[in-house]
Every structure is written in structure tokens, then in C-alpha cells.
Design a protein around this ligand. Sequence first.
Ligand code: AR6
Length: 183
Amino acid sequence: MTRTLFDQQLHVIQGDITRLRVDAIVNAANHSLMGGGGVDGAIHRAAGPNLKKACRELRETDWPDGLPDGEVALTDGFELPARYVIHTVGPVHAKTKDKSHLLAGCYRNAMRLAAEKGCESLAFPAISTGVYGYPFEEAAEVVLDVMRDRLPHHEALTVTLCFFSEEDVSAFLAVAERAGAVD
Ligand code: AR6
């Protein structure tokens, strides 16, 4: 079931992001861009070996020191149904340091890059909320703030938040309802 927010410009679904037929999906990558576990591993497996080659080239040409937190880099989707993959690096959660601006940067920069490439549909996983340990509800608040702020600037773009579990969908919608953001 799809729930919509912000005048239907934001969709919330449960699913496997590697199966979405959208213009671009976002990868919760790491600085190396060379793949990893979680959603990163799933995207690399589904896209096939050309994705790793493209990421290696990006490292050599644009990001010799690795992709910094909150930044974005674009590749094709290769064997994925999605045309592009926008790689980003979420912050590793730290109790003693507020990293919300870095997490917000992932979402904001990916939306900007997608719009620049003429994308009309963009899907995000729950960046940083797996291995990187960002508390889910805190991340959801960051995502809602960015969507409220940026969606009006990208009127041609529909964004999907693709959560891997129904629990995450429910948790996100609960935060959105408290914030008065559900349509
Ligand atoms: N579709 C949608 N969501 C998924 C999928 C999928 N196929 N697979 C997992 N998730 P994580 P992070 C969800 O750990 O916290 C990697 O090793 C997952 O349930 O993938 O940003 C990278 O290389 C969770 O809700 O990303 C980095 O080293 C969410 O995706 C590191 O993990 C994000 O979990 C990045 O950690």
C-alpha cells in the first residue's frame, strides 16, 4: 500500500528498492563507493559488475579521497530497472555530535542532482538507519524537514521513500502524522 504526503509528491512504500522502475534510486553507500552490505550490496548485486566499474572510475576522476558524508555522485543503473543510481554517504550516528545536517545533505543533494538530470521519479532507502546506527525516528524527522523544504522547489519530481520493512513504514508514518504531514 502506498501512503502519500505533501500533496502526493511524496510516496511511502514498503519494498526492495532494487526493483523500482523509477528514473533514479539513491544508494546508501560508503566513502569508498566500492560496495558493501545492506542496501548498497543489494544495489550492486542487482545492477551487475558494470556498476562497480563506474564507481571505480568516479573515484579516480572525481573523488580520489572518497565521497564525503552528505555528498552525491551519479552513475547509470546498468541492469537495474532504474536509469540512474545516485550514490550518497550518510553519517555514522554519534550520540555526542549532531549529524542531522549531513543526513539532510544526502536527501537535499540527491533531489537537486535528480532534478538537474531531468528525473521525474526518485526513490530513497532509509539512509544511515541500518549499519550506520542513526535512530530511525530522528532520521524520519530530518527527512520530513527536507521534503517540506525542498519538494516545492522541484515540482516535476515525485519522491518515493522505500522502506525495507512494514515496521519502518509504520514508524515513519507515525512521525509524519505527529508532524501533520500526511495527506
Ligand atoms: N531495499 C530497500 N531498503 C533496503 C534494502 C533494499 N533492497 N536492503 C536494505 N535496506 P544500510 P546505512 C534498508 O545498513 O545505515 C553498507 O555496508 C535497511 O533495512 O544498508 O546507511 C554501506 O556500504 C535499512 O533500513 O545503510 C555502508 O558501509 C536501510 O536500508 C553502510 O552499509 C539502510 O541500511 C551504510 O549504512
